[in-house]
Design a protein around this ligand. Structure first.
Ligand SMILES: Nc1nc2c(c(=O)[nH]1)N[C@H]1C(S)=C(S)[C@@H](COP(=O)(O)OP(=O)(O)OC[C@H]3O[C@@H](n4cnc5c(=O)[nH]c(N)nc54)[C@H](O)[C@@H]3O)O[C@H]1N2
Ligand SMILES: Nc1nc2c(c(=O)[nH]1)N[C@H]1C(S)=C(S)[C@@H](COP(=O)(O)OP(=O)(O)OC[C@H]3O[C@@H](n4cnc5c(=O)[nH]c(N)nc54)[C@H](O)[C@@H]3O)O[C@H]1N2
Ligand SMILES: [Mo]
Length: 769
């Protein structure tokens, strides 16, 4: 049933008309403008976005060039800003009208669409409503509550939007209070990179800078959906293709942005509508099949080495790497049968990719969630690194490995101490600077925190942004556990589902967004963030705040810390928040190599580079060399699905940013109007006796005795490999078991859940726990 097929493009499958970019992206912006009514001046605000002196987009982490385009924002960046700057408000009157139990039944879209939170609120269990409070009362009560709880049972979560300044203060607060429980959103996305890439290259972040994209002659694109997730990157890709760079994509889903692109900033392309083809070769690998596919490419390179020679960069391998022989033996011993079976790709196609790779002088490997969110996700990355190392494609111009990060500052937060692993943080320095005694035991990452929530160990959860309850796996199980917590504090901009899952003592603290002016005692402030290519940018908001009650994130963190911690003259929260330059000085003191002259360099056009050892071919690994890895298995899922089971891949639409659902148009995939869909290929629909539009129930097929189901999903034809289905995140999160996560980093395996399709509700009831 699941034999490899020709690399086909189904002409008969619906939902493929338009190139990415194009007029559709302009219409996408117009729609959210109408919807959100952002008030006057929003166009000027957008014109400043991602430019030196302006604010940095809160959407993705893609690099901001030194010479920006006229509009240095994409459809999604514009949507994110407009969404933040809506004139709708969600204040005390709203909460007086709606009980929390009522709000729990609202959709993600409807909750956030209520507008910006304007006032600090506390949950009142007697009336089941949030009631307004003053900031002073909020800080005092939360502080005195925290003083009665055990720090080791408290979690300080961070979503990847918070600035470097906020993140630094937040981790300092956690450690001064007495724990390292600092999970962040990166634990759900590129933690696999932080751990896996570090293991094999010694660097936890990518090695490329923007300039490399001007010199590469091949890009390997694995499991990253540029058109939706980081659209500004399409400019670099388009330029590269026009120079003659070859792009090869491995992705189970045929994503428009990786097929072709019409640049909305190019008038002639917009008028003529002639798109740039992005991928030369697009291989619809089976989810979890990348290790096998990459093994096939490597195998053919070894064959070419024998017949032609000069393929492997022997000098590089000898001087800079370790483990090559074991890797070579493993790959030679792997049969094409197995490679084809696990990847569901044909040998001839993989050989063709190897031919292009062998002819290319400078190659970049790009990847995203399609590699990281698997049980053996780190091995996916190690395999891609193997392929690059074979020809010395790390540490020289136009080549390298480039994970594309998600949130705008998710990479930077790790840089300045948000980590549950004290070994990655200069703890001694923090102790000395602030006269602290910091615990050295490892804290909880996101998945562990969710387990501690379930088993009752967690007492308090403080959230710096994000929608933790909705983003984690196994949602229907964890939803019930929040009521048992002693304390739940949510610092947020808009209402979301996590705020409705209240605990014994729940607080909602509203903050400024990045485009808004942040004025403190010394005057207007700047904050900073690190992009995917390790460049640091200053950001200044100029819009008037949505409400006079709002506080900045650094001010909220400082307010909580002052109310919680014992008096300590070295912890000068008020002084730091009065002028954020002091916070940047502290960051520079803690990480002097990377942040030298931080304040002076804050507005460097294109950001300042904090450097990367692997880029300089200095390998900070255990062996002191770049590490070849002999893959212990070929499938990143563990095992491909058996029998009638299918692999569920959870997807993001073009009209969402994580759990923030802007609307119901997944324009790039041609899917409109509904998110309750299950995508599968037409042959698979027919084979299973289903029909398009039919409503089905999905059930997780992991045999751990726990029933996980999502019902009412509409069968929709889409170009996917056999035995694979797609559904949207977060609607499908109840199907993903918390126990399925990357073996090294703990990143949830959101891209590889075994599921079965149930059509008859009565049969579905039978024989289950
Ligand atoms: N518009 C928008 N932009 C975003 C976000 C958003 O929600 N919306 N979220 C932000 C965040 S936090 C993040 S982390 C990033 C995420 O951005 P991406 O890294 O692009 O993540 P996804 O869109 O989840 O999935 C990427 C691709 O992986 C493919 N895939 C799934 N399984 C496999 C596999 O086994 N192998 C391969 N090769 N491919 C596979 C999917 O088909 C999909 O095209 O985007 C950021 N930017
Ligand atoms: N099934 C499945 N699940 C996934 C994924 C997947 O691919 N599949 N991806 C995972 C990934 S990569 C990630 S990163 C997570 C993220 O998932 P989320 O936690 O949803 O991510 P955010 O976008 O940070 O959260 C949005 C909320 O943050 C708040 N917010 C917005 N801006 C700000 C701000 O400036 N400050 C503050 N304090 N709050 C703000 C708003 O209240 C908003 O409701 O989801 C993960 N979950
Ligand atoms: Mo993410």
């Amino acid at each position: 049933m699941t034999q490899p097929k020709e690399n086909r493009q189904r002409q008969d499958t619906p939902h493929y008309e338009r190139a990415s970019g194009s007029w559709g992206s302009v219409r996408g912006i117009a729609k959210v403008l109408l919807d959100q009514k952002p008030g006057p001046g929003v166009v000027q605000t957008l014109m400043r976005q991602n430019k030196p002196g302006g604010h940095m987009c809160t959407s993705c982490a893609w690099a901001k060039p030194a010479k920006p385009h006229l509009f240095e924002f994409c459809e999604n960046g514009a949507k994110a800003t407009i969404w933040d700057l809506t004139t709708d408000r969600c204040g005390p009157e709203f909460f007086a009208r709606h009980s929390v139990s009522e709000l729990r039944d609202w959709s993600d879209h409807d909750l956030e669409k209520t507008g910006r939170l304007t006032h600090p609120m506390r949950y009142d269990a007697a009336t089941d409503h949030y009631l307004p409070v003053s900031w002073e009362d909020a800080f005092r009560e939360i502080g005195s509550r925290l003083r009665t709880l055990e720090p080791a049972r408290t979690v300080f979560y961070t979503s990847g939007k918070a600035s470097l300044e906020t993140a630094f203060l937040w981790q300092l607060f956690a450690r001064a209070y007495g724990h390292n429980n600092l999970p962040d959103s990166s634990n759900m996305c590129h933690e696999t990179t932080s751990v896996g890439l570090k293991k094999v290259t010694g660097s936890s972040v990518g090695t490329c800078v923007l300039e490399d994209f001007d010199h590469c002659d091949m890009i390997l694109f694995l499991g990253q959906n540029t058109g939706t997730s980081s659209p500004r990157f399409l400019h670099e890709l388009q330029k590269a293709v026009q120079r003659g760079c070859r792009i090869v994509t491995l992705n189970p889903v045929r994503e428009r942005g990786l097929v072709e692109f019409v640049n909305p900033q190019n008038p002639s392309q917009m008028t003529l509508g002639s798109p740039t083809r992005i991928s030369d070769i697009y291989l619809q690998v089976r989810p979890g099949g990348d290790i096998a596919a990459l093994a096939g490419i490597c195998k053919h390179l070894f064959a070419l080495e024998e017949t032609r020679g000069g393929i492997i960069d022997r000098a590089f391998v000898a001087e800079h790497t370790s483990g090559f022989d074991a890797f070579e033996t493993r790959i030679r011993d792997t049969s094409w049968d197995e490679i084809e079976r696990v990847s569901m790709l044909r040998r001839a196609d993989l050989e063709q990719v190897a031919e292009i790779y062998a002819r290319s002088e400078r190659v970049i490997g790009i990847y995203g969630m399609g590699l990281t969110q698997h049980v053996h996700g780190w091995l996916n990355i190690a395999m891609l690194v193997n392929l690059l190392l074979m020809r010395g494609n790390i540490g020289r111009k136009g080549a390298g490995i480039s994970p594309v990060r998600g949130h705008s500052n998710v990479q930077g937060q790790r840089t300045v101490g948000i980590s549950e692993k004290p070994s990655l943080v200069p703890i001694d320095k923090l102790e000395e600077l602030f006269n602290l005694n910091i615990p050295r035991d490892e804290g909880w990452n996101t998945a562990v925190a969710a387990e501690k929530l379930l088993d009752g160990t967690m007492q308090a959860f403080l959230s710096l942004g994000g929608n933790f309850a909705r983003a984690i796996p196994d949602q229907s199980r964890t939803d019930k556990a929040w009521a048992g917590l002693e304390l739940n504090v949510q610092i947020a901009t808009k209402l979301n589902r996590s705020h409705t899952l209240v605990s014994r003592d729940s607080w909602l603290l509203p903050c400024l967004v990045r485009a808004e002016e942040d004025r403190q005692s010394s005057g207007p402030q700047a904050v900073s963030m690190e992009d995917s290519l390790s460049h640091i940018h200053g950001s200044v908001g100029k819009r008037p705040p949505a409400s006079g009650w709002l506080r900045s994130e650094p001010a909220i963190v400082a307010g909580l810390a002052r109310a919680t911690l014992d008096e300590n003259p070295r912890l000068r929260w008020e002084h730091w928040v009065g002028d954020y330059r002091h916070i940047r000085d502290l960051i520079e003191t803690c990480w002097p190599d990377q942040f030298a002259a931080f304040n002076a360099r804050l507005f460097t056009p294109g950001g300042f580079y904090r450097g990367n050892a692997a880029r300089e071919r200095e390998w900070k690994t255990e062996s002191g060399k770049a590490q070849f890895t002999a893959p212990k298995q070929l499938c990143a899922l563990g095992e491909p699905p058996a029998g009638e089971d299918m692999t569920l891949v959870t997807l993001r639409s073009n009209d969402q940013f994580n759990t923030t659902i802007y609307g119901f148009s997944d324009r790039l995939r041609g899917l409109e109007g509904s998110r309750d869909v299950v995508l599968m290929n037409p042959e698979e629909i027919a084979r299973r006796g289903l029909h398009e539009g039919q409503r089905v129930t999905l059930e997780c097929a992991v045999g751990d005795g726990i029933r996980r189901r999502v019902s009412g999903m509409r069968v929709t034809a889409y170009d996917l490999p056999d035995a694979c289905i797609g559904a949207y995140y977060p609607e499908a999160n109840a199907l993903v078991p918390l126990s399925a996560r990357d073996e090294l980093s703990g990143t949830p395996a959101y891209k590889g859940t075994p599921v079965r399709i149930l059509t008859d509700p009565a049969a579905a009831e039978a024989g289950l726990p």
